[in-house]
Design a protein around this ligand. Structure first.
Ligand SMILES: Nc1nc2c(c(=O)[nH]1)N[C@H]1C(S)=C(S)[C@@H](COP(=O)(O)O)O[C@H]1N2
Ligand SMILES: [Mo]
Length: 305
């Protein structure tokens, strides 16, 4: 990433003083105090408050940050959350490469130089629970445009950092799943404006529990596609084998589009329980994000589950 101004260096020092856990509000206040906006800002000032267009209430912060799936820490949701919140993200970087013209390595500060937006999305886990989360992030398309995918690039592969010292289950000889965790999208799915790289939620930087420092959010797909704590993003020409699909191909497909009509072999996907409530609501095709339907025109969604 190009550093654009002297102001930026000054601001960067100021922001570093605020610390990694400073709230977005504090960081934004600092940005405007320094007279920064747009691409020169270390943390772009959020525009107006995002509208909740999901038709559902935003999930309580405590539910969204404690009822989590993060197998690198534990298969028990509460234990995983507690352990993951101690994740040390200092020195983190994301390598972006493969079939592209301008491979690059981005550190945490670089990620915060993208124009950050608040997006309130539904989120549906394949286990049939769901939530509504105000994410903070930027469109993955912005990053892909920067690295300029080559014409042979057809898929994007994402990998969680492999570091058994940070992620205890990676060190276990009886790990819950094979590591590192890998996910993938078709390039057109990755370029879709709904697809986010999130660095925060509820106006705060991401907690370890939810995939600090940067995770994918693909709101029309089951939650397992939304890979956490990413360290590598690669443009590739073939569909990558992904973690859950490799582990149980009859149960988890590459596409994993939310679909009430295609049951998981062991349970129905017709309804979901919203965190914080005991009632079950109907699950919607593509989790209600109908605008993605053209991506799958002519495809049999039962065959490509
Ligand atoms: N690296 C990694 N990413 C992951 C997982 C995981 O165990 N490891 N779990 C997935 C699953 S199954 C879900 S539902 C979501 C959960 O995100 P949340 O805990 O922020 O709700 O993260 C996904 N990303
Ligand atoms: Mo999930």
């Amino acid at each position: 990433m190009q550093i654009t101004s002297e102001e930026f260096f000054k601001a960067r020092r100021e922001f570093i003083k605020l610390g990694a856990m400073a709230s977005l509000a504090a960081i934004n206040a600092k940005a405007s105090e320094l007279g920064l906006s747009g691409d020169d800002a270390f943390f772009t000032v959020l525009k107006s408050k995002a509208e909740n267009e999901t038709g559902r209430a935003i999930t309580d912060f405590d539910d969204a940050t404690s009822y989590v799936n993060f197998y690198e820490f534990s298969t028990n949701k509460a234990i995983a959350a507690k352990k993951a919140n101690a994740l040390d993200i200092s020195g983190w970087s994301v390598e972006v490469g493969g079939l592209c013209e301008r491979p690059m390595r981005l550190n945490y500060d670089d990620l915060l130089k993208f124009k950050l937006q608040k997006r309130i999305y539904r989120f549906r886990c394949v286990e049939a629970w769901s939530m509504v989360v105000p994410w903070v992030g930027f469109e993955l398309a912005r990053l892909l445009e920067l690295v300029r995918p080559a014409s042979e690039a057809k898929y994007v592969k994402f990998t969680t950092l492999y570091d058994p010292q940070k992620f205890p289950d990676q060190a276990s000889s009886f790990g819950a799943i094979p590591y590192p965790y890998v996910e993938g999208l078709r390039l057109d799915e990755a370029m879709h404006p709904l697809t986010l790289l999130a660095v925060g939620m509820y106006d705060k930087p991401l907690l370890g529990a939810n995939g600090a420092p940067v995770r994918l959010v693909v709101p029309w797909k089951y939650g397992f596609k939304s890979i956490k704590s990413i360290s590598k993003i690669e443009l590739i020409d073939k569909q990558p084998p992904t973690t859950w699909q490799t582990l149980a191909p009859d149960e988890y497909g590459f596409y994993a589009n939310v679909n009430p009509d295609v049951a998981h072999p062991r349970w129905s996907q017709a309804k979901e329980r919203m965190l914080g409530s005991f009632s079950r609501v109907n699950t919607l095709l593509f989790n209600g994000y109908d605008e993605v339907a053209p991506l799958y025109a002519g495809m049999d969604l039962r065959a490509f589950y």
